[in-house]
Ligand binder design. Structure first.
Ligand code: SF4
Length: 318
């Protein structure tokens, strides 16, 4: 993207099929081409079951792609040896929706944030207090919290601990999977501000998956909209409210609640159900719900094409 924001992750035609009974297959991700850049946030928006979590799991090597590639700093991670994979895991870390569930209830905060370093033998037990205090300082929590247990913390504090733990190995990429969805709106804001500050300080690439388009748009640099395993629109978040073109993205944006909205304007509800990923339509994945659907939409799947600089849309009418 630029010298300040070099490309760090590039996915090429990344596809994941899950075999179901007999010859049936579930297409979770269909030919996904997305890039992550250092110091920038890519927001990935889509409803439950659209394939965004499977996409993340492939980035984290928790799922093996059926086809396609993931390049990390230009290297194909699918070709890594076991030793290279272990080294690679340090470079990309995850922040979960409810980190409290990922923490051992009998471990104190100091051990929780330092556990990745202990696992990689980068820290001795006696060094935990000093290192844990530094990690807590990064996420703006007092040093004395290293002696607390997870159940003694609020949701926002637990999420800060999750971020501190993700930072322990000094990753180049952080993936946030619905990382603020379980938090109150006021706490969400402070956690997002923290992520933005850390990104600036450490030039980390962030992939932020969320179903709330308004939230993602507020701090991401670019947004990818996913539907039925496909990227249907990819654009910069600045100007998105005016410039988004795909009928599904437009429907998502039009349904965002805003105090300054025109309450007399009818909210466009997306009618119909998302097709099953086991029985995908041959044409546009959004065809059965799209008010602008034409004959070609039922027959041919639209390609994700550039319609303006840094703006791609998969729709036959554009
Ligand atoms: S390709 Fe056709 S069905 Fe799909 S979003 Fe565009 S107009 Fe609607």
């Amino acid at each position: 993207m630029s010298d300040n924001h070099p490309l760090i992750i590039e996915t090429k035609n990344l596809t994941k099929l899950f075999p179901i009974s007999g010859h049936a297959q579930l297409t979770a991700c269909d030919n996904i081409n997305l890039n992550l850049y250092r110091g920038m946030t890519l927001g990935i928006v889509g409803e439950s079951g659209c394939g965004k979590s499977t996409f993340l799991r492939m980035l984290l090597q928790m799922e093996t792609p059926t086809s396609g590639q993931i390049l990390f700093n230009g290297e194909d991670i699918g070709k890594f040896s076991a030793k290279q994979r272990r080294a690679h895991h340090r470079r990309i870390q995850m922040v979960f929706q409810d980190p409290g569930e990922a923490f051992h209830p009998r471990m104190r905060v100091g051990e929780i944030v330092c556990e990745p370093l202990l696992n990689y033998k980068l820290l001795k037990r006696g060094q935990i207090p000093e290192k844990a205090e530094k990690l807590l300082e990064l996420v703006e929590l007092p040093a004395e919290y290293i002696r607390k247990y997870p159940h003694e913390l609020s949701g926002g504090q637990r999420q800060r601990i999750g971020i501190a733990r993700a930072l322990a190995l000094e990753p180049e990429v952080i993936i946030c999977d619905e990382a603020t969805s379980a938090l109150d709106v006021s706490v969400q804001k402070t956690v997002i501000e923290l992520l933005c500050r850390l990104q600036k300080d450490k030039n980390i690439a962030i992939g932020f998956v969320c179903h709330d388009i308004a939230l993602v748009q507020s701090f991401s640099h670019r947004i990818a909209i996913m539907y039925l395993g496909c990227i249907i629109e990819l654009m910069e978040s600045i100007g998105m409210a005016e410039e988004a073109k795909h009928p599904y993205t437009r429907a998502l944006l039009d349904s965002v609640f805003d105090l300054s909205m025109d309450f007399n304007k009818e909210i466009q509800i997306i009618k119909g159900e998302t097709p099953s990923p086991m029985d995908r339509p041959p044409g546009c994945p959004f065809a059965n719900r799209c008010t602008r659907c034409e004959e070609i939409c039922l027959k041919e799947k639209p390609a994700l094409r550039e319609i303006a600089p840094a703006h791609r849309v998969a729709c036959h009418l554009l």
